[in-house]
Design a protein around this ligand. Structure first.
Ligand code: SF4
Ligand code: SF4
Length: 108
């Protein structure tokens, strides 16, 4: 008997490791890096986040003079949150970011 057969039989009756997303939802684990969010009240305009961002996804909002993240460019590395001295940037667990509205592709 081929040695693979017992494994094939075991896997035939095993529960699937995947879930039927989006009908079944799974909470991302702690430390997951989803949408970065800026608490502008905490921002002291040091611009360390702009320097740290490897893909230049952060720019200065001309109206508020605070940083703004362009999610279309963000690679969710978390560097901006890491360097922020006031912890104004948080990596949330939000990952469903597809939108038809270009304004929603910004995180402020
Ligand atoms: S998570 Fe990374 S890529 Fe996204 S804005 Fe922050 S530093 Fe830039
Ligand atoms: S690193 Fe933090 S405090 Fe500095 S500009 Fe960015 S968000 Fe503001």
């Amino acid at each position: 008997m081929p040695r693979i057969l017992p494994q094939v039989l075991r896997n035939l009756f095993r529960k699937p490791a995947t879930v039927k997303y989006p009908y079944v939802r799974v909470e991302p684990p702690d430390g997951y890096r989803g949408r970065p969010v800026i608490d502008v009240e905490k921002c002291i305009q040091c611009w360390l986040c702009i320097q740290a961002c490897p893909v230049r996804a952060i720019s200065v909002n001309k109206e508020t003079k605070k940083p703004s993240i362009w999610l279309g460019r963000c690679v969710f590395c978390g560097e901006c949150a890491e360097v922020c001295p006031t912890r104004a940037i948080t990596m949330t667990k939000e990952f469903e970011l597809t939108t038809y509205d270009i304004q929603q592709a910004k995180s402020e």
